[in-house]
Write a protein that binds this ligand. Structure first.
Ligand code: CO
Length: 222
């Protein structure tokens, strides 16, 4: 087989069920060595300033890629970081994060090479997930002119990843939860990021919003 067709995939054959529990012991020891009060303080409650809405992909762990610790990011993940206003799971996380935890930032984090987004861009069936990814097909439909104009499939996929994040940001701004927080004068910003698997770097898509003023009239709640 040609070398360029052989994808090198991260070896996980050494990961075992028992190994996870051993790993936990190491984690506890190391955390306590650094701060004997680490778990005592965490057990008293959480006050994370950020809600992260990301992809379930194992390669995009919120804390590790932002160099943060337990207690610092409230996390919601699903396949292809879809933000859709009828998802009770996401809405519950958002409501709790905004109204109880009073987070200051909500960040939708996509990643280039997202299998969910690429599946949504194709005509192949994967399974039940096709119906979840249907939301991304809608994103494609709204931006078909731009996307159809990108010949390179990988580049088209990357752009759809970005547009899916931007759609997620917009959908968050359209929720009554976020708009009520703004109406009540709460400090809250919604952001869109994309993570690059091949470099580990995050790009801020510069679509941050702090008010509903940019929304089409029909989406603005009084
Ligand atoms: Co993904």
């Amino acid at each position: 087989m040609c070398a360029h067709l052989t994808k090198q995939i991260h070896d996980t054959s050494h990961i075992t069920y028992e190994g996870l529990l051993e790993g936990n012991k190491t984690f506890v020891q190391e955390a306590l060595a650094e701060d004997p009060e680490f778990f005592t303080k965490l057990a008293n409650g959480q006050k994370p300033p950020v809600l992260w809405i990301g992809c379930a992909d194992s390669r995009v762990p919120a804390n590790q890629i932002t160099n943060t610790n337990p207690g610092e990011i409230f996390v919601h993940r699903n396949i292809a970081n879809v933000v859709v206003h009828t998802d009770m799971n996401m809405l519950s996380v958002l409501d709790y994060a905004v109204n109880v935890l009073q987070v200051k930032h909500v960040i939708v984090v996509g990643h280039y090479g997202c299998g969910g987004v690429l599946a949504a861009m194709s005509n192949k069936q994967v399974g039940l997930i096709d119906n979840w990814l249907r939301h991304i097909k809608d994103v494609y439909r709204f931006h078909a002119k731009e996307l159809d104009g990108i010949e390179d499939e990988a580049k088209r996929g990357d752009r759809l990843v970005e547009l899916n994040v931007i759609d997620g940001v917009e959908n968050l701004c359209k929720t009554s939860i976020v708009q009520n927080a703004w109406k009540n004068g709460q400090e809250l910003s919604i952001h869109g990021w994309v993570y690059a698997l091949n470099s580990g770097e995050i790009t801020d898509l510069q679509v941050s919003c702090k008010s509903n003023e940019h929304l089409t009239q029909v989406f603005r709640f009084e």
